[in-house]
Design a protein around this ligand. Structure first.
Ligand code: SF4
Ligand code: FE
Length: 497
């Protein structure tokens, strides 16, 4: 059982603010949290090959913030303290902050070719910022002030937060309180003077194993009978009762080889998700940001979803850029780059990438100020961005497969390139143009395989909410009745018609 080392003080005692990659890794070593991988507990995730690429990827959010050329994108000034902070801990203060967020994500995607996970907690803090203010306004509760203290604590220590929204949900036709097992949605099981005890689980938790804190939120709109499920709070990943079970990814075993066959040896493959169990976890009141105000659950979910869907044209647009480059190189290495159909496909891929990126920029540019003073993206456009991602990224992958050729599915192992008996044949017969080594060609094709494989594509479909969730938002926020009026007016149909 992990011992909680994080308390809700301004700066963690004995732990200076995390600045470098090394600081970040050392902070993870101290967590002593409960993580399972392939049926076994893992003592130190920072030395385990299953986790190292994901940690490297998240570490980029720290590393890039130290480079002067990226200071403007990667850092911000805290409105709480006036101090310079990592942008991943910032509360958006204007449209410019929203746009810089998207630009920052595209940049980090270029550097990692993967998911760097830290956006989820970033979005959770922002969504809770506006929602807690409005809960307090209606109920006179102290949530917003508590949340501000928590955010200051995160900023001062430069911690990584996982945004924990998705409950397992059990029978989808039933509400949380109607489930045969009441724990299929996270809920409060006990309230005391000191705090609350929560039970349940959070699924598909991106970056959970290498974060410091979890921000727990409800997963859907709630009714009065689901009051016990209207819970938002912060839980350290090493709190007693928290257990993380890491998920399996496509080509998972290749992480243990760490070589060419991995495709992206340093940063791996998308975020690294875990099923997080909350087995009677105690949360002190100072870390509780919603408890029973069920009527705000829908707004919180909607805001968090918009903030995360806003990201996808930045992060997946950046990954698509890498795939455009990789596909162009694959054509160079095969001698097909001058063929008109190849150039047309590369142009099409670029169009698809820029389309999703422009959605992210647009929903940021048309963002709005909330009552709490923070800024959030335009809901409809953020949803449109994510919905386009569920299509465009698959199409980018399809074109990358088309350009790279069937070889990405049939290449021999790296070991065959090492064994002298087979090396001579692999080198000779997998050769493309004369001046590019076969090994470089294989490296590139493995990268394309890695970035277009099962887990990576499914992330584009279901990450930040499945496409149907965006369709629901279209019908809710798309103002169909107003659009009917437009049609009636032009067709000269009376209002009653
Ligand atoms: Fe960030 Fe993209 Fe990963 Fe979501 S999928 S956490 S937006 S990098
Ligand atoms: Fe995601």
């Amino acid at each position: 059982m992990g011992v909680p080392i994080f308390h809700h003080s301004k700066r963690e005692k004995g732990l200076a603010m995390i600045r470098t990659k090394e600081d970040y890794i050392n902070s993870l070593k101290k967590l002593n949290h409960v993580v399972y991988y392939k049926g076994k507990p893992v003592k130190d995730i920072t030395t385990h090959p299953a986790f190292i690429p994901h940690i490297n990827s998240a570490a980029k959010t720290y590393e890039l913030a130290l480079l002067p050329e990226y200071e403007d994108l990667m850092t911000a000034i805290s409105q709480l303290t006036g101090r310079k902070i990592n942008r991943f801990t910032h509360i958006h203060q204007n449209r410019d902050d929203l746009i810089k967020k998207v630009q920052m994500l595209r940049l980090i995607s270029h550097e990692t070719g993967s998911c760097y996970q830290r956006c989820v907690g970033f979005d959770a803090m922002n969504a809770l910022y506006s929602t807690t203010f409005e809960i307090d306004e209606k109920h006179g509760t102290p949530y917003h002030g508590r949340l501000k203290k928590f955010i200051e604590y995160i900023q001062e220590n430069n911690f990584m937060v996982v945004g924990s929204m998705t409950d397992p949900k059990g029978d989808r036709s039933k509400s949380p309180s109607q489930q045969a097992d009441p724990d299929l949605f996270t809920h409060v099981v006990k309230e005391t003077e000191e705090g609350i005890v929560i039970r349940g689980a959070k699924a598909h938790q991106t970056g959970a194993v290498n974060s410091h804190e979890m921000l727990i939120m409800p997963t859907q709109t709630l009714r009065p009978e689901d009051k016990d499920y209207a819970i938002a709070c912060a839980v350290p990943v090493n709190a007693p009762g928290v257990t993380m079970i890491f998920g399996r990814q496509t080509n998972e075993e290749r992480k243990f080889e760490g070589g060419i066959d991995t495709g992206n040896p340093e940063f791996g493959l998308v975020g690294g998700e875990a099923l997080v169990i909350l087995d009677d976890v105690f949360v002190p009141w100072e870390r509780v940001f919603m408890c029973g105000q069920y009527e705000f659950a829908g707004a919180l979910v909607e805001r968090f979803a918009s903030l995360h869907r806003q990201n996808y044209g930045g992060c997946k647009g950046g990954l698509a850029d890498v795939l455009v480059g990789a596909s162009g190189l694959a054509a160079d290495y095969m001698g097909t780059s001058q063929a008109s159909h190849v150039r047309d496909k590369l142009a099409e891929m670029t169009h698809l990438a820029e389309t999703i990126y422009s959605g992210s920029v647009a929903c940021s540019a048309l963002g709005h100020k909330m009552k709490a003073g923070n800024w959030e993206p335009d809901t409809l456009l953020a949803n449109t961005t994510k919905y386009n991602v569920t299509r465009n990224v698959y199409e980018v992958a399809r074109l990358a497969h088309d350009l790279a050729g069937g070889i990405i599915a049939t290449m021999p192992f790296e070991d065959d390139l090492k064994n002298p008996d087979t090396k001579k044949y692999v080198e000779k017969y997998l050769k493309g143009v004369a001046d590019v080594s076969t090994e470089d060609r294989i490296r590139l094709l493995r990268l394309i395989e890695n970035m277009t494989g099962g887990t990576a594509l499914v992330e584009s479909m279901h990450g930040a909410g499945s496409p149907q969730a965006q369709k629901v938002m279209y019908m809710r926020a798309g103002n169909l009745e107003q659009k009917k009026k437009l049609a009636k007016k032009l067709a000269r149909i009376s209002e009653k018609g």
